[in-house]
Design a binder for this molecule. Structure first.
Ligand SMILES: C[S@@+](CC[C@H](N)C(=O)[O-])C[C@H]1O[C@@H](n2cnc3c(N)ncnc32)[C@H](O)[C@@H]1O
Ligand code: SF4
Length: 474
């Protein structure tokens, strides 16, 4: 679609709305575009075959008006719209959080989402529910920091994945040097945290797959994390996202118990063996069940399970089956992801994109997963969106009472500082008074990370340990 636009200031916003309906590669801006958009004073006039004119709503900003009316035009043309309307940001619940603080009630928030973004009442309700739950748990203490540690190895690489996740058998020679570099980084910063009396809120060990290394190496790195960030500290949560059933065993579960891990993930993604094979996960649904039961026997009382909607050629029946199997296990939380076709994943590069499902079936699959999570007593506690998500939906975390993943909530809401260790870890300093966020990222490539470990440490020291920072002055 060639678009001619008289006010180039809004090119990005218009591109975002068009990409809901057209393939991004097909959208082009040109002086002789067939689709004409003229923004004149408080009006937008647009169209190709049929020209329409909309007058701006005075309550909305110019940008919001433009997005809303371009979107409305395309909905009329195509005969369908999207549940989030013009909302394309990654944190749709942030709007509800802000409105709740200003004293709006649920029905006013629903009206607001419709008026400003043409978002459905169902999504507005979901955002409000998440925002309500977040209010109770978000850290308001600017002196606290959470910790992220990344393990960039996995048993195999899943086709949709773009995270730092190297199949461990092909990089065996890098595992020990990586763990040494990671230990150096943790111990150096751990010492500074201790000296400055900085309090730790949550610790999250993810990746990749933390348990993809052998038992001895896992025990060793867990001790380093425990000694520096957990021991004698009054932390709220210690999560290990072990994730892959084919990387977990009795010994590794025992190690996690020994070091006081209170939340783990055992992620099926799907409980259909055919799908698991197609996405490149070398475990079966039976493995997931066995490991889950083993973890329960060892008294893990907060177990999360991740699933993805839109995998391989899954439809509503496969999702029903996944939810049936998960329900039998009775986990403490379920995170429902929508497949996102990401740059850097095998899926993006392959010709065999996931079978295109009709929009109605995609909606049904999401609805089924949400409804079933609610039916077993869970409520939504955090959510975020990504680019190129199937159905343009969201990822939502559901949990039983008091089983929220606190780190997830803090991280998505940018409500506290995070010190991140390991390849691809992104540290952020959040000034809770001004809302300003400064970030520094570790390199993603494992070899680079090992070779440049001193630089990774220095970057963090520079961002977090300047004398004037507020958390050091209490
Ligand atoms: C950081 S990943 C790692 C989890 C762990 N290694 C595993 O696979 O079980 C966290 C979750 O993000 C989700 N995820 C990863 N890539 C995705 C994609 N392209 N689209 C949708 N969800 C994705 C999966 O549900 C995954 O469990
Ligand atoms: S989804 Fe998890 S297990 Fe699969 S490659 Fe990515 S990080 Fe590794």
């Amino acid at each position: 679609m060639k678009i001619s636009l008289n006010n180039i200031k809004y090119k990005y916003e218009i591109f975002q709305i068009f990409s809901l309906f057209y393939n991004q590669d097909e959208i082009e801006f040109s002086d002789i575009g067939e689709f004409k958009i003229n923004i004149i004073k408080n009006n937008i006039i647009m169209g190709n075959n049929i020209i329409k004119e909309y007058s701006f709503d005075e309550d909305l900003t110019e940008k919001e008006n433009i997005k809303k009316y371009v979107y409305s035009y395309l909905v009329d043309t195509f005969g369908y719209g999207f549940p989030y309307g013009t909302l394309v940001g990654i944190r749709p619940s942030k709007i509800a959080s802000k409105l709740l603080k200003e004293g709006f009630n649920e029905s006013e928030i629903i009206k607001y989402y419709d008026k400003y973004y043409l978002a459905s009442s169902e999504k507005a309700k979901l955002c409000t529910e998440v925002a309500e739950n977040e209010k109770k748990l978000l850290n308001n203490d600017s002196h606290k920091v959470s910790i992220y540690v990344g393990m960039p190895f996995c048993p195999t690489r899943c086709i949709y994945c773009s995270f730092a996740s190297n199949p461990i058998s092909s990089v065996k020679h890098l595992v020990q040097p990586y763990l040494e570099a990671l230990t150096k980084e943790i111990e150096y910063i751990g010492k500074l945290i201790k000296e400055r009396n900085i309090e730790i809120d949550c610790v999250y060990f993810g990746g990749g797959t933390p348990t993809s290394v052998d038992e001895e190496s896992f025990d060793k790195i867990m001790r380093v994390i425990y000694d520096n960030f957990v021991c004698e500290k009054n932390i709220r949560e210690f999560t290990v996202e072990c994730g892959r059933a084919d990387s977990i065993n009795f010994k590794k579960l025992n190690t996690m118990k020994k070091f006081n891990v209170d939340r783990i993930s055992i992620n099926p993604q799907s409980m259909n063996n055919r799908t698991l094979k197609m996405i490149g996960r070398s475990h079966t649904k039976e493995d997931v069940i066995n490991i889950f039961n083993m973890a329960r026997k060892l008294c893990f009382e907060n177990i999360n399970m991740d699933i993805i909607i839109g995998l391989a050629d899954e439809g509503i029946n496969e999702i029903k089956n996944t939810m049936d199997e998960i329900e039998k296990l009775n986990p403490d939380s379920i995170t429902i992801h929508g497949l996102s076709i990401k740059r850097g994943s095998k899926l993006k590069d392959s010709d065999n994109k996931q079978a295109a499902r009709g929009f109605d079936e995609i909606c049904n699959m999401y609805q089924e997963a949400h409804a079933r999570s609610k039916k077993i007593g869970m409520f939504p506690y955090y959510m975020y969106r990504q680019k190129n998500m199937i159905g343009n939906m969201e990822n939502t975390g559901y949990c039983m009472t008091s089983k929220e993943g606190i780190y997830n909530m803090e991280m998505i809401e940018d409500s506290e500082s995070i010190l991140a260790f390991g390849a691809d870890g992104v540290s952020k300093y959040v000034d809770t008074k001004t809302g300003r966020i400064d970030r520094t990222a570790n390199v993603k490539d494992v070899k680079e990370y090992i070779n440049r470990i001193d630089e990774m440490i220095t970057r963090k020291v520079q961002l977090f340990f300047k004398e004037e920072l507020q958390w050091q002055n209490h």
